[in-house]
Design a protein around this ligand. Structure first.
Ligand SMILES: Cc1ncc(COP(=O)(O)O)c(C=O)c1O
Length: 255
C-alpha cells in the first residue's frame, strides 16, 4: 500500500476528504425566490434556471405522495420495481434498461462514479451543464472541457461536436452531450448527433442528457430513446438513465 499523507492532529474533517473532493468548487444554485423578490421589490418570479413547476406540483403527484405515507414504516422498494415497469411501458424499453435517480443530477453522479477514476477522462462542452465538471472531478478523473462554437455560427456557445470528437482519447470513458443544453439553450441537429454517436469509440459511453427534451417542442430534437434498439455501440442498448424529480417530471439521460 502506498504511503498516505500525514494528517495534522488538529485537522478538520474536511481535510480527510480526497484531494479531488477538496479541489471542488461548489455548485452555486440561484437565490431563493422569496429572497430575490424582497431584494428587487418584485413579485411572482419564475426561476427558469431551476427545474421547478410554476404551476405547482400535479395534484396526482401530491395524492400519490400522501398515499405513500401510510407505508413509510417500512423501507421503500429501492429498485423502483413498479415505477420502472410503468416507465418502460411509457418509453417502449425494457425495465432493466432504466436506472432511477433522485433527479437526473443523481444519475449524472452515478455515471461518473461507475465509469471514472483517476487516470481516466470525461469530455464535455465548455458551457455545458455545470454539474458535469463537479461530478467528474469528484472521482479524481480528468475533465476535458472542449471550447464551444463561436459567433457567428448559428449555435454559438453550443457543443462543437467535431472538436469534442477530437478530444476523445484512449482514457476517455464518458462523453456528455446536453441536448438541448442548459444554460445556453443550444442544441445539435439529429443528423450531426448521429454521426457523432457513431464515431465515438467503443471504450467511451455517450451520455445523452435530454433533461429538457419535453420543453423543446419547437426545435428539431432527436429523441435519443429511438436510437437505442439500433445503436452502433452495444453499450448504448443497455443503458437508459432516467431520473425522476419530486414533482414527477421525467428527465432523461440516455447513454
Ligand atoms: C442539462 C441538465 N441536465 C440535468 C439536470 C439535472 O436536473 P434534475 O436533477 O432536476 O433532474 C439539469 C438541471 O438543471 C440540466 O440543466
Amino acid at each position: 500500500m502506498s504511503r498516505l499523507p500525514a494528517i495534522a492532529a488538529n485537522a478538520s474533517p474536511g481535510a480527510l476528504a480526497t484531494p479531488a473532493v477538496q479541489g471542488l468548487a461548489p455548485y452555486l444554485p440561484g437565490k431563493p425566490v422569496d429572497e430575490l423578490e424582497r431584494e428587487l421589490g418584485i413579485r411572482n418570479i419564475i426561476k427558469l434556471a431551476s427545474n421547478e413547476n410554476p404551476f405547482g406540483a400535479s395534484p396526482k403527484a401530491i395524492a400519490a405522495a400522501r398515499d405513500s405515507l401510510a407505508s413509510c414504516g417500512t423501507y421503500p422498494d429501492g429498485s423502483g420495481h413498479h415505477l420502472k415497469q410503468k416507465l418502460a411501458a411509457l418509453h417502449g424499453v425494457s425495465a432493466p434498461q432504466i436506472t432511477l435517480g433522485n433527479g437526473s443530477n443523481d444519475v449524472l453522479v452515478l455515471l461518473a462514479e461507475a465509469f471514472l477514476a483517476p487516470g481516466l477522462e470525461a469530455v464535455y462542452s465548455q458551457y455545458a451543464f455545470a454539474v458535469y465538471p463537479i461530478a467528474v472531478q469528484a472521482t479524481g478523473a480528468t475533465c476535458r472541457s472542449v471550447a464551444a462554437l463561436q459567433s457567428p455560427q448559428p449555435m454559438a456557445l453550443g457543443h462543437d461536436l467535431v472538436a469534442m470528437q477530437a478530444a476523445i482519447s484512449a482514457q476517455t470513458r464518458l462523453v456528455f452531450v446536453a441536448n438541448p443544453n442548459n444554460p445556453t439553450g443550444t442544441y445539435v441537429e439529429p443528423a450531426e448527433l448521429l454521426q457523432f454517436v457513431r464515431a465515438v469509440p467503443r471504450h467511451a459511453l455517450v451520455v445523452l442528457d435530454e433533461a429538457y427534451f419535453e420543453y423543446s417542442r419547437s426545435i428539431p430534437l432527436q429523441n435519443g430513446i429511438e436510437w437505442l434498439a439500433d445503436c452502433p455501440n452495444p453499450g448504448d442498448r443497455q443503458n437508459i438513465r432516467q431520473g425522476l424529480r419530486p414533482g414527477g417530471t421525467p428527465h432523461r439521460l440516455r447513454s
